[in-house]
Design a protein around this ligand. Structure first.
Ligand SMILES: *[C@@H]1O[C@H](CO)[C@@H](O)[C@H](O)[C@H]1NC(C)=O
Ligand SMILES: *[C@@H]1O[C@H](CO)[C@@H](O)[C@H](O)[C@H]1NC(C)=O
Ligand SMILES: *[C@@H]1O[C@H](CO)[C@@H](O)[C@H](O)[C@H]1NC(C)=O
Ligand SMILES: *[C@@H]1O[C@H](CO)[C@@H](O)[C@H](O)[C@H]1NC(C)=O
Ligand SMILES: *[C@@H]1O[C@H](CO)[C@@H](O)[C@H](O)[C@H]1NC(C)=O
Ligand SMILES: *[C@@H]1O[C@H](CO)[C@@H](O)[C@H](O)[C@H]1NC(C)=O
Ligand SMILES: *[C@@H]1O[C@H](CO)[C@@H](O)[C@H](O)[C@H]1NC(C)=O
Ligand SMILES: *[C@@H]1O[C@H](CO)[C@@H](O)[C@H](O)[C@H]1NC(C)=O
Ligand SMILES: *[C@@H]1O[C@H](CO)[C@@H](O)[C@H](O)[C@H]1NC(C)=O
Ligand SMILES: *[C@@H]1O[C@H](CO)[C@@H](O)[C@H](O)[C@H]1NC(C)=O
Length: 424
């Protein structure tokens, strides 16, 4: 009895001190050849060290030829100094990529859990080998939301976590989907989805869905689509000190895609963002009230609102379109007729843009094509100074169904048949 008590105390002590001094570490072996899939070794390391341990990717290339669903992490450090290179077996991915649970989208890698700390030290890279996808999608009549085309990384159910110092290179489709995640900090992430052979399509930098208390700081994105996009039920999001190149700027939406579903985007703060050659600084896109088809490419008829947002200290060079745009006219390509661009029940309200300056190629500072059913209210534009290369100021503020504008006057009416980007 005496002896067993001592043994019990001794065992408890060694376990506790082992846990404190050196958490269990798993260094993932790399096969070194793309003929051997490294995904099983990666999953195995997370199984052994993904709860209260540390998982290390060495500074080498890991070949990822199959899907990974690692959604059960708990209190883990992920040290990523290597390069993860995804295979280009398009038929494999179309058949096997994992459901995301949004818009019928799918993904190559799901990561989730509580208290996860991912650090790429500025060198760790997720390379989607997207050049193959960008060429292939052009051959599929440019159906960029092709069913089964995978999002590079989906953070699903990630809470109280930090993701920093990671590079994403040529994602297969969207780069990071962040869904059902709360209290997560993203810092110093670089996304370069510039295609080497053809332009990339549908390669958003980051997308938030049904997530809250998410911060992005020092995010850099080179792409041709949404630089970052806050979608259905994204609340309490901040984006600071970031740089966006060539893409479409900060997107709110598309939203209102699910018939009769109530969704919001609220309490968004964007500060100190630099844009180079983007189409917009900020743009909103909602589906019309007519439902045609199903996601990913069809939908419509959603309810809700986007509200309580501040965008301040924005600098642009060569903005390509209206700096701030609203289009409530997203609809299924090929829908009967042209659709009705003013019947959405989804409302946009209480939005402020302050201190937006720089150079533009468009006369239009705003293009607000709002719904007649739920007009835009309380939109504010303050300290706006956008100029052409020759120093002339851009001065058009086009509006449709805008009530109580603050800090600006509408100078004309917007055209209604706008595309999802708000341009006619
Ligand atoms: C391995 O890489 C070569 C050269 O890039 C490529 O042709 C081949 O299809 C790849 N194999 C696999 C299994 O990904
Ligand atoms: C999916 O897998 C099945 C069976 O292996 C195959 O016949 C089919 O062509 C694959 N589909 C795609 C889109 O690659
Ligand atoms: C991923 O794994 C989790 C936990 O095992 C499971 O609940 C979920 O359905 C899986 N997701 C997919 C798309 O297979
Ligand atoms: C897809 O788009 C590209 C670039 O705009 C174009 O060159 C190509 O012809 C399109 N492909 C098809 C099949 O329509
Ligand atoms: C911002 O992120 C980049 C990588 O995209 C990194 O090189 C740079 O050091 C970061 N800056 C700060 C201030 O952390
Ligand atoms: C992004 O990728 C393109 C195409 O490979 C390359 O030319 C460019 O230098 C890259 N940009 C950055 C910042 O790494
Ligand atoms: C969005 O959040 C609201 C609560 O604010 C909830 O009622 C609704 O079901 C959510 N919608 C979706 C599609 O998750
Ligand atoms: C996915 O697509 C199918 C068929 O197009 C549709 O029936 C289904 O409602 C869609 N699911 C979601 C979640 O949108
Ligand atoms: C579009 O919908 C609005 C709101 O319901 C309605 O007032 C308008 O007449 C419709 N326009 C067309 C062309 O049907
Ligand atoms: C400056 O450039 C704009 C856009 O090209 C043009 O509309 C405007 O007339 C130019 N102003 C002067 C003074 O040349």
């Amino acid at each position: 009895m005496h002896f067993s008590r001592i043994l019990a105390v001794f065992t408890a002590l060694t376990c506790a001190s082992a846990g404190r001094l050196s958490p269990k570490t798993c260094v993932i072996p790399a096969s070194g050849t793309n003929e051997t899939d490294d995904a099983p070794a990666i999953i195995s390391a997370f199984k052994r060290c993904g709860r209260g341990g540390k998982v290390v990717f060495k500074p080498t290339t890991y070949y990822v030829n199959s899907v990974m669903n690692i959604s059960w992490l708990q209190d883990v450090d992920i040290d990523l100094r290597g390069n993860l290179l995804w295979s280009t077996d398009i038929h494999y991915w179309l058949n096997n990529s994992l459901e995301v649970g949004y818009q019928n989208q799918s993904t190559a890698w799901i990561l989730g859990g509580d208290n996860v700390r991912i650090n790429g030290h500025g060198v760790g890279t997720l390379d989607g080998n997207g050049d193959y996808w960008y060429e292939w999608i052009q051959e599929q009549e440019n159906t960029s939301n092709y069913p089964g085309r995978p999002i590079a990384l989906t953070l699903n159910g990630l809470t109280n976590s930090v993701v920093k110092g990671i590079n994403f290179l040529r994602s297969q489709m969207w780069t990071m989907a962040i869904i059902y995640s709360h209290h997560v900090e993203f810092d110093s992430i670089l996304v370069n989805n510039t295609g080497n052979r053809v332009d990339s399509s549908n390669t958003d930098g980051a997308d938030t869905i049904r997530s809250s208390h998410i911060s992005f700081n020092n995010l850099t994105v080179y792409n041709g689509d949404d630089s970052i996009s806050f979608k259905a039920n994204s609340t309490d999001i901040t984006l600071t000190n970031s740089h966006f190149y060539n893409g479409l700027g900060v997107a709110i939406g598309s939203i209102g895609q699910l018939n009769d579903q109530f969704e919001t985007v609220e309490r968004i703060r964007v500060e100190n963002v630099f844009y180079d050659n983007t189409l917009h600084a900020v743009y909103f896109k909602t589906w019309t009230d007519d439902q045609n088809g199903y996601p990913p490419n069809g939908g419509g008829g959603g309810l809700g609102y986007a509200s309580n947002m501040l965008f301040k200290d924005l600098t642009a060079t060569s903005m390509r379109g209206s700096a701030v745009a609203i289009s409530q006219c997203t609809r299924f390509i090929g829908a009967p007729g042209d659709g009705n661009c003013t019947n959405s029940q989804f409302q946009i309200k209480d939005i402020t843009v302050a201190n937006l300056h720089g150079t533009t190629e468009s006369e239009r500072v705003t293009s607000f094509q709002c719904s007649a059913v739920a007009p835009c209210t309380n939109l504010g534009m303050f300290d706006i100074d956008l100029e052409f290369g020759n120093g002339t100021k851009a001065e058009e503020y086009l509006c449709g169904n805008v009530e109580r504008p603050r800090g600006f006057e509408c100078t004309g009416s917007v055209c209604e048949g706008g595309s999802s980007t708000g341009e006619c």
